[in-house]
Write a protein that binds this ligand. Structure first.
Ligand code: HEM
Ligand SMILES: *[C@@H]1O[C@H](CO)[C@@H](O)[C@H](O)[C@H]1NC(C)=O
Ligand SMILES: *[C@@H]1O[C@H](CO)[C@@H](O)[C@H](O)[C@H]1NC(C)=O
Ligand SMILES: *[C@@H]1O[C@H](CO)[C@@H](O)[C@H](O)[C@H]1NC(C)=O
Length: 318
């Protein structure tokens, strides 16, 4: 009797191992329901505080999540600090002098550790915080699948190659999202992250001085804050309402007032024009596609099960 139970248990365990290794492990919104029941409240309250201190933080944290997911999956690799013996992703071209919000994630992690230590990954905290930033700036909400674990590694070279450049053309943008399992529609909806936040002069200078598919008055007004040389870090809003998650970004694209060259590529007499037009006059269509695409982006090759670790501090491997 005891041995037949033991045998069934062994068979069942083997089956579990086989199915989980074949299917990978699915993320689930309820992953921490018992192990950290206050997680969602802790993250939301901390994000509310951060965004009320500085509205832009909602945008910055959203971008942090994008730059995490596009480099070997949503595994918090982007949060790791460089040390004498470890090179992280913070000095990659798209990240250096540009990514922000690390200290907000650290604050949330400290509070989460106090409530339920050694349980919740930094990767999941970032996924929740990105959602909350969008919601707090007036955007759509979505349920965040959870259960990601944290990487013990990072890749500077993948950060340089896999995160798209603001000088990319449409074909390159589509292929860099496709390489992550995301469609052209997902790419156009997710670029709507630029309904909030700011960009540095260095990222849009060639567009406002040299591009021809740009509204002349818009180009002129942006040149005021972004000289032909110097002022690389001067900021301009990515759309007219950088602290409000609306669809003005798409209205701008239709008016040839995209700030980044990569933005205007989405409306440049090509395949994404009709979708941009739809989003420009239908906020609900955009909000719903954006939310669905955020869940798909959040599913990019997560570490699950016993892979990776639950970092104690988000900036350093255990
Ligand atoms: C389609 C390809 C994309 C390109 C080429 C791109 C490029 C950029 C660039 C160059 C900046 C300004 C950075 C700086 O000046 O320091 C920026 C800012 C931003 N991006 Fe993107 N991005 C892309 C997609 C996305 C996606 C998918 C999201 C999120 C869903 C996103 C969210 C943001 C946000 C929120 C900001 C403002 C951040 C802040 O104010 O701190 N971007 N992006
Ligand atoms: C978690 O907290 C408990 C109680 O405070 C402590 O005994 C334990 O060592 C902690 N675990 C880890 C992994 O830090
Ligand atoms: C504009 O294009 C010219 C010719 O390619 C180049 O020399 C110049 O540096 C560009 N200016 C800016 C601001 O990118
Ligand atoms: C699209 O084509 C038209 C007609 O050639 C042109 O005027 C326009 O500048 C192009 N680009 C955009 C973004 O509309």
């Amino acid at each position: 009797m005891a041995s037949s139970i033991a045998r069934s248990f062994v068979i069942l365990s083997i089956l579990c191992v086989i199915t989980s290794s074949v299917n990978g492990q699915q993320l689930s919104p309820n992953f921490y329901a018992r192990s950290c029941p206050n997680l969602l409240t802790i993250v939301r309250n901390a994000m509310r505080q951060a965004v009320s201190n500085e509205a832009r933080m909602g945008a910055s944290i959203l971008r942090l999540f994008f730059h995490d997911c596009f480099v070997n999956g949503c595994d918090a690799s982007v949060l790791l600090d460089d040390t004498a013996t470890f090179t992280g992703e913070k000095t990659a071209r798209p990240n250096q002098n540009s990514l922000r919000g690390f200290e907000v994630i650290d604050t949330i992690k400290t509070r989460v550790e106090n409530a339920c230590n050694a349980t919740v990954s930094c990767a999941d905290i970032l996924a929740l915080a990105a959602r909350d930033g969008v919601v707090l700036l007036g955007g759509p909400s979505w349920t965040v699948p959870l259960g990601r674990r944290d990487a013990r590694t990072a890749s500077l070279s993948a950060a340089n190659s896999d995160i798209p450049s603001p000088f990319a053309n449409l074909a390159t943008l589509i292929s860099s999202f496709s390489a992550k399992g995301l469609s052209a529609t997902d790419m156009t909806a997710l670029s709507g992250g630029h309904v909030i936040g700011f960009a540095r002069c260095a990222t849009f200078r060639t567009r406002i001085y040299n591009d021809t598919n740009i509204d002349a008055q818009f180009a002129n007004s942006r040149r005021t804050g972004c000289p032909a040389s110097g002022g690389d870090n001067n900021l301009a809003a990515l759309d007219p309402t950088p602290n409000r998650f609306d669809n003005a970004y798409y209205q701008n694209l239709v008016g040839r007032r995209g700030l980044l060259r990569s933005d205007q590529e989405l409306f440049n007499n090509a395949s994404q024009d009709s979708l941009v037009r739809t989003y420009s006059n239908n906020y609900r269509a955009f909000a719903s596609d954006f939310a669905a695409a955020m869940v798909r982006m959040g599913n990019i090759s997560p570490l699950t099960g016993t892979n990776g670790e639950i970092r104690r501090k988000c900036g350093v491997v255990n």
